[in-house]
Design a protein around this ligand. Sequence first.
Ligand code: ADP
Length: 453
Amino acid sequence: MKRISIKLRITLWYSFFMCLIVVVVIGILLGVSKGVTISETKDLLMKVVDDNIDEIDYDDGILEIDEDIELFQDGVYLQIYSQDLKLIDGRIPSSFNVQLDFKNREIQKINTQGNTYYVYDELIAFDKGKDIWIRGVVSLEAAITSITIMIYLAFLILPFLVILSIAIGYSIAKRSFKPIEKINSAANAISEGKDLSKRIGLEEGGDEIHQLATTFDRMFERLEDSFEAEKQFTSDASHELRTPISVILASCEYGLAQEVDINERIEALETIQRQAYKMRNLVTQLLAFTRLDRGIEKLHLEEIDLSELIEITCEENKARNEKGITLDWKVEPNLKVEADFSLMARLINNLINNAYQYGKENGWIYVSLGKKDNIIELIVKDNGIGIAKEEQSKIWKRFYQVDQSRTRNESENMGLGLAMVLWITKVHGGKIKVESGLGKGSSFIFMMPIKNE
Ligand code: ADP
């Protein structure tokens, strides 16, 4: 069965509750107003009888009924009876034909011919034998009729009000759900057409649905960015692999040619070997990135003595004695962090490698480790070729190399070192920045929280 839409469901629910509330309220009103009407009718009956007592008197032994007497007033019928209960004057409702005992100052309730009557009698005491009864009779139905009309009216109007409110409610719900339809169609267009540039594009609005649409648009933006980055990465990676493969193929052709001598063949083999190393290096790094990105390579967080790790790494690197560059360090002992040992070692090595790589002949590298408040700060500083301001934000991208001609080392440089450094920094909740100027050397500053004892 096809599920009914949310807007229809909302409309049905609130219409149902609205009807329920109206019916309950009318029911309560009916009950309360009936009670009030009965007590008001009784009060009126007594008042009319009381008010007219003064209109009856004896003058010189003759009964006088004042002209002002109203024998029918506000629905109350008045009758005047002699002491021996003979009707002297007054009006009796046509359907009230019962013989009822007189009871002084007491309201009696009589049901006759489908009508309910209240009867109230008062005895007016004159001289003995001349007492007069005054009787008031009122029909309850007549008093209730006006309320009944009101209620009938309400019941007649109610369905129209309900239909009107359902129509208005449905149109409001429809309008409120319009943005959801837009969200739905944008999401569908993205998933079916694979068009990641599609946006919902709702105008600014403060309600939840507009906020949801903005959040979705931001998510689509990020998805598109990361999808583009992924695409870029794949195309860069295949491009990087194609170059050594072309060189290998060319060298093979050269080495296999009839006319080349043994030395040239050896040279071709060496080229092939260099390119194969480069490919192995590249594939290893690509694999590392993929494993990191996909979460296959899990972080093995443990307490590591960063001071010790840096001391050892510096010792090892000092032995390189490359380009006559000197490596010095100053390490505050016993600085512990919660980190993945091999990733940390890779981060430090990448920074020191770069410092050698882009260092000047007979230059220097200075590594320092210290702490500020609860943050450790590792600085790898060199007096090498430096990085221009406009390049500094780009060097963290995968495969980005400032100027390939200045860095190209056939087997090692692929523009992945700093991307890896940045990734490692992020997964450790750290920060990294570079301070550099072209020709002035560079400082890479890495920070992360210290592990307290
Ligand atoms: P690469 O494999 O080219 O070294 P990286 O990601 O390690 O790739 O570095 C990106 C770019 O940043 C390099 O091409 C280089 O130009 C620049 N760079 C990195 N470290 C330094 C440094 N210490 N001094 C000058 N330039 C640097």
